[in-house]
Design a protein around this ligand. Structure first.
Ligand SMILES: Nc1ncnc2c1ncn2[C@@H]1O[C@H](COP(=O)(O)OP(=O)(O)O)[C@@H](O)[C@H]1O
Ligand SMILES: [Mg+2]
Ligand SMILES: [Zn+2]
Length: 329
């Protein structure tokens, strides 16, 4: 698993803080309890000394009998300490260090490899790092305006609608989606021409869902493919987020789907992400300028059928709002 250096450092720092916190809490507990039950302090010191002597004996090649003696002594002292705790109504494991992760004691490593807690941290820190590059504060439901959309019927539709009516539907849907986001929410495909508010609305969703405490990753299809390729080629730091960052987050937004360079590798790896997330019931939002037919043409049938069959489609109509805004101000 490869991650940018800063992401790894951030994750390790969190582990270090967890360890320090656990150890500090233990020290405080010890201090308190040794003050009230003095004999416990003495016993703990004795246990530590015996352990030290045992280690020394082993290191100096002491006989098995000699080492065994220390072991017995230590067990005897521990029993005494446990009885003393019991006698004072204190749980036996009170003096155990309470790590955040009992499996790895907040080191992040097991003899078999990375502990799940470190994997999770790496994914969370990747999401934070990726989202830091997005100007989330600029996009909200509140500053999404309907006046930018025409009120003439869109030509050629089976069910007639104006761009503004459609935009209102999209806005209402996305607001609901964000406020009710859950593991049961549908996947979304936001489709339509450039500058019609797809990125705007999806980032407004990202912001709300992040506020609810879910892990969310927003990434352009170009960056996504670069990242996935980055693991095959020697790539710069920017493109070194592990594929897990994109598989494991609660919500993944892939923007500008269809603008990435198409190769058999990119199609297969994007399909892998879309499909794995579908199977794990993790939500994905995809924005694209491609029409349904272009998706079929550009991607393999299996990608197109996933997107068109298992995603809820929101269509965007109208004129490029970037240009309208430009003309107005
Ligand atoms: N309904 C809207 N109200 C206000 N600003 C909008 C609206 N739709 C788009 N914009 C703005 O216009 C620009 C282009 O929109 P964007 O969401 O990037 O379009 P798309 O992703 O559909 O190409 C952005 O700056 C965006 O904030
Ligand atoms: Mg966009
Ligand atoms: Zn762990």
């Amino acid at each position: 698993m490869v991650y940018p250096q800063q992401v790894v450092l951030n994750a390790l720092k969190i582990l270090e803080d967890r360890r320090n916190k656990a150890e500090q809490e233990l020290q405080e507990k010890k201090k308190r309890i040794f003050e009230s039950v003095e004999e416990l302090g003495e016993l703990s010191k004795e246990i530590a000394q015996v352990s030290l002597l045992a280690v020394k004996a082993v290191a100096n090649g002491g006989t098995a009998e000699h080492v065994e003696q220390f072991k017995l002594k230590s067990l005897e002292l521990q029993k005494k300490r446990d009885d003393l705790l019991k006698g004072n109504g204190i749980p036996k494991d009170y003096l155990k260090c309470r790590y955040y992760c009992e499996k790895c004691h907040d080191t992040g490593y097991l003899t078999t490899g990375l502990c799940d807690c470190l994997k999770k941290l790496l994914i969370n820190e990747s999401a934070k790092d990726l989202n830091m590059k997005v100007p989330l504060d600029k996009f909200s439901f509140d500053n999404f305006r309907l006046e930018f959309y025409d009120t003439n019927l869109v030509p050629g539709l089976k069910e007639p609608i104006t761009p503004r009516e459609q935009a209102k539907k999209n806005l209402d849907f996305c607001k609901e989606y964000a406020s009710n986001f859950s593991k049961e929410s549908p996947n979304l495909l936001l489709g339509g021409g450039t500058g019609l508010g797809k990125t705007h609305l999806s980032l407004a969703i990202v912001k709300e869902v992040l506020k609810k405490g879910y892990s969310v990753v927003y990434i352009s299809a170009v960056q996504l493919v670069l990242n996935l390729e980055g693991h095959r080629f020697n790539s710069d730091e920017q493109n070194k987020y592990s594929i897990d960052s994109f598989l494991e987050c609660d919500l993944l937004v892939i923007d500008d789907f269809g603008s990435e360079p198409i190769s058999s590798f990119s199609v297969a790896s994007v399909y892998n992400i879309i499909n794995t997330r579908l199977m794990q019931q993790k939500q994905t939002i995809i924005n694209t300028n491609l029409s349904g037919q272009r998706i079929v043409d550009q991607y393999e049938e299996r990608v197109a059928s996933r997107l068109l069959g298992e995603y809820y489609v929101l269509k965007f109509y109208g004129r490029d709002i970037r240009q309208i805004k430009h003309l107005q101000f």
